[in-house]
Design a protein around this ligand. Structure first.
Ligand SMILES: *Cc1c(COP(=O)(O)O)cnc(C)c1O
Length: 427
């Protein structure tokens, strides 16, 4: 067997990591295994995961029920094409998603990643208006500080400044960007917050297929929490101007903000909903785009007669079987109480960070805790510091945040918040 150093050397020279260069001069740690909230490194160290592998493994790693569901499905088949064939895991998971999401969402499109779920949603919106005889409605309205993925259409609706994609500005479709909401989640609603969104719709609605944004929490675009009234008013404006509403709940879905879906804070239902990340409990890549009958029923009579999208691995049975078990598990315990207790501990534990000189803001919503700094972190230095403290976090820009697995114990969460305080205090 090759040595750990050989593995890391080869990785550093040949294997691309997310938003990394080659050779990679940022620290990378080799993982042996993972179970519960713990990541076991090959060098013998064990880390408490404070970000659920990018917000996916809400029930921790190697959960026996998910592993069992995967084994059972592998013994039948791990994959079969979805063109002309169907299977129990896809149908059962669709039934569950339809039952969990707001009532009007009845139609499910499975795909492999969040970015593709967003592409599918955007294509669906454009083709819908084509079906309705309004083919000029092809643009999208979004709000600044959003993040929707790394593929080209998804990039076009990411924040143009901090969306990590400004290099591609020339070849990415120009969309309409409203100012991001300033009213905090539990602060007073400032009615002028919606003005920019309303003005763009009033002027350009005949060219806009849909508005797309992350409800209540903007995640990778800045970890910002905002007022549900914004979502409510945006929904009403979309209706007024005949523009569809796509909500991207790839990060917020499945309980993270304290509601099953963040749109429930605003008590509205989108025309199209994107889910991913926590859908399979972090077990495997899976995402979905849901929509209403009102939208789906226009496709048969449209020019194409069908929706023009169909991934090779659509509704992969292994992924669907595990996702079904993950959602069944989520419904089997009082997850709201669990999120509330994580929320109150994060509020109490992170509050002291506010008085540290490097800190600009501390905020908590559901199982999301954010410490915003005045200046960007030095990833090369800070990542190994967290590992030394026995926790796994992945800060970006000026943000150190935690989005732990829902199964985390109070003492484990204390280890994370203690490490955050200690390391931010060193800055
Ligand atoms: C992560 C994320 C995506 C992209 O999902 P991938 O699976 O990385 O393609 C899209 N939208 C939001 C809100 C996300 O958090």
């Amino acid at each position: 067997m090759q040595s750990l150093q050989q593995l890391l050397d080869f990785d550093r020279l040949h294997v691309w990591h997310p938003y990394a260069a080659l050779p990679n001069d940022l620290p990378v740690f080799a993982v042996e295994s993972a179970r519960g909230v713990r990541i076991q490194l090959m060098d013998g160290r064990s880390l408490i995961d404070g970000i659920s592998s990018w917000w996916t493994c809400i029930h921790g790693y190697s959960h026996p029920r998910l592993t069992q569901a995967a084994h059972a499905q592998i013994d039948r088949m791990s994959h079969v094409m979805f063109g002309g064939l169907t299977h129990q895991p896809a149908v059962d998971l669709s039934r569950k998603l339809i039952a969990m999401t707001p009532d009007a969402l009845q139609q499910v499109f499975f795909c492999d990643s969040g970015s593709v779920a967003v592409e599918v949603a955007m294509k669906m919106a454009v083709q819908y208006w084509h079906n309705c005889g309004l083919p000029q409605k092809q643009g999208f309205l979004t709000i600044r500080n959003g993040y929707h993925g790394d593929t080209f259409a998804a990039m076009s609706v990411c924040d143009p400044e901090n969306g990590m994609h400004h290099l591609f500005r020339q070849i990415v479709t120009q969309q309409y960007f409203a100012a991001s909401p300033q009213s905090g989640f539990d602060r007073d609603w400032q009615p002028q917050d919606i003005d920019s969104f309303a003005a763009l719709l009033a002027e350009h609605h005949d060219r806009i297929a849909a508005a797309i944004f992350e409800p209540v929490v903007q995640n990778a675009g800045g970890m910002r929490f905002y007022h549900p009234e914004y979502v409510r008013e945006a929904k009403a404006l979309c209706e007024k101007y005949q523009v569809l509403l796509i909500l991207d709940e790839i990060a917020t879905g499945f309980g993270r903000t304290g509601k099953m879906f963040a749109c429930e804070h605003a008590e509205i239902c989108p025309d199209i909903l994107c889910v991913g990340k926590a859908l399979s409990g972090g077990f495997t890549s899976l995402a979905a785009t849901l929509t209403t009958r009102k939208i789906s029923e226009t496709f048969a009579a449209g020019t194409a007669g069908v929706f023009m999208h169909g991934p090779t691995f659509m509704a992969n049975p292994l992924a669907c079987a595990v996702a079904l078990e993950n959602l069944t598990l989520l419904e089997s315990y009082d997850w709201q109480a669990q999120i509330r207790s994580i929320e109150s501990q994060l509020k109490a534990d992170l509050e002291p960070c506010r008085s540290l000189p490097a800190v600009k803001d501390v905020r908590v919503l559901g199982a999301i805790g954010v410490v915003e700094l005045h200046h960007p972190v030095d990833m090369k230095a800070i990542q190994p510091r967290f590992v030394e403290e026995g926790v796994w976090l992945r800060p970006f820009g000026r943000l150190i945040y935690t989005m732990p697995p829902y199964i985390i114990q109070p003492s484990e969460l204390t280890a994370i918040t203690t490490a955050i305080y200690k390391i931010v205090a060193e800055i």
